[in-house]
Design a protein around this ligand. Structure first.
Ligand SMILES: Nc1ncnc2c1ncn2[C@@H]1O[C@H](COP(=O)(O)OP(=O)(O)OP(=O)(O)O)[C@@H](O)[C@H]1O
Ligand SMILES: [Mg+2]
Length: 348
């Protein structure tokens, strides 16, 4: 699936904008603060109803304005589809072909996108649980049940921890927690295995080497053992046994990437993860996601840029942002496949 064009009003500093895209690679060029990330943010909003920047949606609305509007025309199997979002007084209205969409989860499966931006939470530098959240979000996209399970588990955990704080008996929740915890572990193990497989394939294809992803947990699949563990002393102040303690470890040549990796290596790794996600979504959902790469050229060397570029180019519709400083690298890319790259000037 691809996006053909987008129009928006009152998003960040932009009062009004209209852009159209080609199905292959689109490169948006503009100065710092011109509104390049804003364009990607708008596309992501049309796909998820949220922003990818760490700060919340509230800052999306242009200062002094009351209503924000965005509209995107997508093409799927030769049919055009219009997605429209309006936010007024924090109230969101979403429509597909002029029909209201009531649940955000319905929007999520319409136009999948995979976005990589320096302004989103950094999966390498973030805390244990944030790392896990990053992977859970990928699982949500391939198995909706996972969202429900995680929500229910977190609710049960809150009940149990509240009782612990009040020094009360927790047995009424322990069995339910164990059942949910085990099913979350089972799904995470299964799906993360698929993500890691996809990651390995991408790595092989673009000929980078030595990067690995590991899923770390203290899993059991036996309910009795689970409940027994919950009753251990260390779980009497706060529940410290269960999937909430899971995390991921990233390595390069057996060394922890967070501690030892260079900036470029870290950025390359994050792209490998995104490409793995895109390939997996394509295989699992039968919809080809759109790839958004914010500030793509920053910190990567020319060799790595070309490797990543060759991987996604013509397999996915890709929308990249960059400043003019990278015009020479772009000329290199244009030399390869001129007709399939569109340069878009961002001037507002
Ligand atoms: N709610 C808002 N209302 C008005 N202006 C805003 C709002 N939020 C952000 N801005 C402004 O919008 C601009 C940010 O645009 P954006 O991040 O899209 O730029 P960019 O082209 O990606 O820049 P860079 O090259 O630095 O990444 C900044 O000048 C910022 O001050
Ligand atoms: Mg930017």
């Amino acid at each position: 699936m691809i996006i053909e064009k987008v129009s928006f009003l009152n998003i960040r500093k932009t009062s009004e904008a209209h852009y159209s895209f080609i199905p292959e690679t689109n490169i948006i060029i503009g100065e710092n603060g011109a509104g390049k990330t804003t364009i990607l943010e708008t596309l992501f909003l049309l796909s998820t109803s949220k922003s990818f920047r760490k700060k919340q949606n509230k800052a999306l609305l242009k200062e002094g304005k009351k209503t924000l509007k965005a509209q995107g025309f997508f093409i799927e199997n030769n049919t055009e589809k219009k997605i429209k979002i309006e936010i007024e007084n924090n109230k969101k209205t979403i429509a597909k072909n002029n029909q209201r969409i009531k649940k955000t989860s319905e929007l999520l499966s319409e136009n999948p996108m995979v976005c990589m931006s320096p302004e989103e939470t950094d999966v390498i530098e973030s805390y244990k649980s944030e790392k896990m959240k990053y992977f859970d979000k990928i699982i949500f996209k391939i198995e909706k049940e996972h969202i429900k399970d995680i929500k229910e588990y977190n609710k049960l955990l809150l009940y149990r921890n509240t009782l612990l704080e009040q020094k009360k008996e927790t047995s009424i929740w322990d069995k339910q927690i164990a059942t949910k915890g085990i099913s979350i572990w089972k799904r995470r193990e299964e799906k993360i295995k698929e993500i890691i497989e996809s990651f390995k394939k991408v790595q092989k294809e673009i000929k980078t080497e030595g990067y690995t992803v590991e899923y770390i947990n203290n899993k059991t699949d036996n309910e009795k053992v689970y409940v027994k563990k919950l009753k251990e002393k260390k779980n009497q102040e706060k529940t410290r046994f269960g999937p909430q303690t899971d995390t991921m470890i990233f390595k390069k040549e057996e060394q922890n990437l967070q501690e030892h990796g260079s900036q470029g290596e870290k950025k390359l790794f994050k792209h490998l993860l995104k490409l793995a996600e895109a390939s997996l979504l394509k295989a699992k959902t039968k919809k080809t996601p759109i790839i958004l790469l914010d500030d793509f050229f920053d910190k990567l060397d020319n060799k790595n840029i070309m490797k990543i570029f060759i991987y996604f180019h013509c397999k996915f519709q890709t929308i990249i942002t960059t400043t003019e400083t990278n015009i020479n690298i772009i000329k290199n890319m244009l030399g390869l496949e001129e007709k399939q790259i569109k340069i878009i000037k961002c001037q507002q």
